[in-house]
Design a protein. Sequence first.
Length: 137
Amino acid sequence: MFGKGLLKGLSITIKRLYGPNLTEYYPEVKPVLPSRTRSSMVLEPEKCIACGLCVHACPNQVISLTSEKDEKNKKVLKTYEMNMGRCLLCGLCTEACPTKALKLCQVYENAVYHREELIWDMMARSRQTNRSSRKED
Ligand code: SF4
Ligand code: SF4
């Protein structure tokens, strides 16, 4: 009985030793995500018309925004925040957005130490992304 179990254990060890490597070398090697992965949200503030449809579409009250009128009496976006601690990544807000300013994306390194850091200033994040993509060019 003991010998049988030992042999079984050894066979598993040998199989693993010479079989395909299952270890992921994250974060040095980034995983290739399935094409339909949804792990984050991105806003293009210049496309946003501050209509608020995304706010009303969200079942979890994740989004809050403020707007103001410009010199031509046109509504412009002033602030746009998302409480990502509550977000289900369901995409109802992106479907409601008439200008495609709000999108789901595949950024997955979103871990933070404090809950307050899950409240994202989407306009600041967009500026940051633009700056980093300019640096890469
Ligand atoms: S993805 Fe869903 S839960 Fe998240 S903000 Fe949009 S509507 Fe709300
Ligand atoms: S639905 Fe789209 S355009 Fe309207 S406020 Fe939300 S992000 Fe902006």
